[in-house]
Design a protein around this ligand. Sequence first.
Ligand code: IMP
Ligand code: MG
Length: 175
Amino acid sequence: MEAEIEKVILSEAAIKERVQNIAKRIVVDYEGKKLTVIGVLNGGLIFLADLIRHIPFTVKIDTVRVNTYLGDATYPKREADIVDNIRLKVKGEHVIVVDDILDTGKTLAKTLQMIKEQNPLSIKICVLLNKRARREENVVADYSCFDIENQFVVGYGLDFDNKYRNLPYIAVLKT
Ligand code: IMP
Ligand code: MG
């Protein structure tokens, strides 16, 4: 796997430190409140697991599975579909949705729309990476660990062709 890596842009140590800092902010903001954290599969899996272990109070966890279809010649529009919704009821709960990356915003726009139908008390977004240059939807990251350039990255949950999710750092692949 390592032979296919061009460059590490965020080291394991840098991610660890930043995730801890973001978790501290969440702890301050949600202490004493009813919190449900919802991870977006598959990409948000690693970040979700690391983040929630820094939360010292009771928190409920659930996941959604979202398929994002990349545009191509026959179907140029990039669209997101919820293929597996949350099982928990979030009415009366504060919700944080956790994903690996905020890119065009389609995935999180769709996820938020689904969750809002249940009337949670509040809903915020927490992402590891933010690619501002590519935004198409009006979605804002309330908590974001790193802003990155418009480049394709893998590792720490992010994949290319379902590979590289288990790398402990964020990297750019050789072309
Ligand atoms: P969206 O464009 O904001 O809907 O992002 C959709 C999904 O595309 C994200 O949840 C990621 O799983 C994936 N994605 C976006 N940018 C990258 C990248 O640089 N590497 C790997 N996956 C990405
Ligand atoms: Mg994803």
